[in-house]
Ligand binder design. Structure first.
Ligand code: SAH
Length: 185
């Protein structure tokens, strides 16, 4: 049961299989930095994590979290929308993770929006190496969440199945639980 208990755990079970020392990866929604920390550990000292957030406080919290582990130098902190991904990331990436919705224990009115989320996904797909992965965890409980998840899924459903495998994990017996998507290249 462990594998599917929490969506963000499932994401890292998958990433552990794919990421190697030296890989370049993106955290599109840094938030409190839990995922950023996991990514920095997986890519090792020669790897790079591009960490985006539009909230300065989020990046500050995340930076402190990584400093405690001595890993902050593996990360490039980017205070800008992930929709501008290709302005900052000029090399191929092995993975990107995107955790939609609002910052836990933060301002619940600052949420990801489908237009920028989809633009970020489009740009990340253009940079994704072969045998790479993008994960998206979507939340449907907060206002606007269900619409965003529906629009993001619509975009993913349109990807060429000869190039990408798109996998969706939902939990039909758990009410409004998060939904995870994986795009494998
Ligand atoms: N992965 C985080 C949770 C992320 S919550 C953790 O483990 O704690 C979603 C985050 O996305 C919030 O911090 C919010 O500020 C950020 N966000 C919202 N819109 C964004 C955008 N367009 N670009 C980058 N970050 C955005």
């Amino acid at each position: 049961m462990k594998l599917l208990v929490k969506n963000t755990h499932t994401v890292f079970e998958v990433l552990k299989e794919i990421l190697k020392e030296g890989d370049k990866v993106v955290d599109a929604t840094t938030g409190n930095g839990n995922d950023t920390l996991n990514l920095a550990q997986l890519v090792g000292s020669s790897g790079r994590v591009y960490a985006f957030d539009i909230q300065e406080q989020a990046l500050q919290n995340a930076k402190e979290k990584l400093e405690l582990e001595g890993l902050e130098r593996r990360v490039q902190w980017i205070l800008d929308s992930h929709a501008n991904l290709s302005i900052y990331v000029k090399q191929k990436i092995k993975a990107m993770i995107m955790n939609l919705g609002y910052l836990p224990r933060g301002d619940e009115s600052i949420i990801t929006k489908s237009e920028s989320s989809i633009e970020c996904l489009r740009e990340a797909l253009g940079l994704l190496e072969e045998n790479g992965v993008i994960s998206v965890v979507g939340y449907v409980e907060h206002p606007g969440g269900a619409e965003e998840v529906r629009e993001v899924e619509g975009f993913l459903a349109g990807l060429d199945s000869k190039v990408y495998q798109v996998v969706k994990i939902s939990k039909p017996n758990q009410g409004k639980s998060p939904i995870s998507y994986f795009i494998f290249s």
